[in-house]
Design a protein around this ligand. Sequence first.
Ligand code: SF4
Length: 353
Amino acid sequence: MRHGRTKFHAALLQWYDAEARDLPWRRTQDPYCIWLSEIMMQQTRIDQGTPYYERFLKRFPDLQTLAQATEEAVLKQWEGLGYYSRARNLYRTAQILTDQYHGRFPESPEVLQLLPGIGKYTAGAIASIAFGVPVPVLDGNIKRVLARLYALVESIDLPATDKRLWELAAATLNVKRPGDHNQAMMELGARVCIPAGPLCFSCPVQRHCRAFSASLQDTLPHRTPKKVVPHHEMVVAVIANQDAYLIGKRPSQGFLGGLWEFPGDRIQKTEGCEDALRRIGEEMLRLKVVPGGLVAVVRHAYTHFKVTLHVYRCTAVKRRICSDAHTEYRWVTPDSFDQYPFPAGHHKFLKLL
Ligand code: SF4
């Protein structure tokens, strides 16, 4: 840190106090709201996530309401945000806090980290913002800001650098206003010290920045190259019986856990779409599926892979399903689709049914 920590703190908070965006969770110190916003915005852009945050709070205004809801109602409210384990963990944490913590959030970051879905970052955010505990946080934005402020040349994706960044976050923390400091660092990373082309000439902490003084701001931080994201071709069987369609519920644990979907699978190298649909019938559902026309071809990207869904209307010779691929099956009409949480990829073709 150049030119002293106290001056850095003053410059950062003066800028934050004047320039911070007016976000709904910044108008409160209620740990429930802080927790929800932190979980929700983890893998979501703020402009996309804010309407979800407001709708979620309207539906579940406090911990007790959330704990008393059904998991399906919580997933439904989360629908479209992705990373559904976040919603399941919110629900479990609400129940644990209600049952074991008298419906109150613990203030200690160490205790907060014992709760489902709350890691070191989220625990630090709740503790510092809601309770004023002097504890640092480190997210993607703060990593980038610190790597530039201290001109770190090691890749920020390495575990050793991560450890170093946590130490720097702690050393840089303003213990008098830890919550505001942490939010100011995030805000700086989101709006000024942005990934490509940082806006150094309007940066409130430019004189403290080693990367800027060494003209390294455009080359730091260094990253480890990412692996190529795999791409899968899949078929989806929209099996119709009169005006109802067959949907199955995915097991609670694992990818897209607890969501409802039309039966589908990856197309194997030796088969075409229709072969795959018949195989799904025989092996997954144990009923004879007769492929019909193509409804849609939908592309969707998850974090670790991309899919192209070839969606076919199908019929089945019998209606009784015998399968352990899903925990439950239902025949539902399109007017009740909105009662079921579906993966985001499904929403791209649901309206065509
Ligand atoms: Fe980031 Fe530039 Fe500010 Fe340094 S001077 S913290 S590189 S925006």
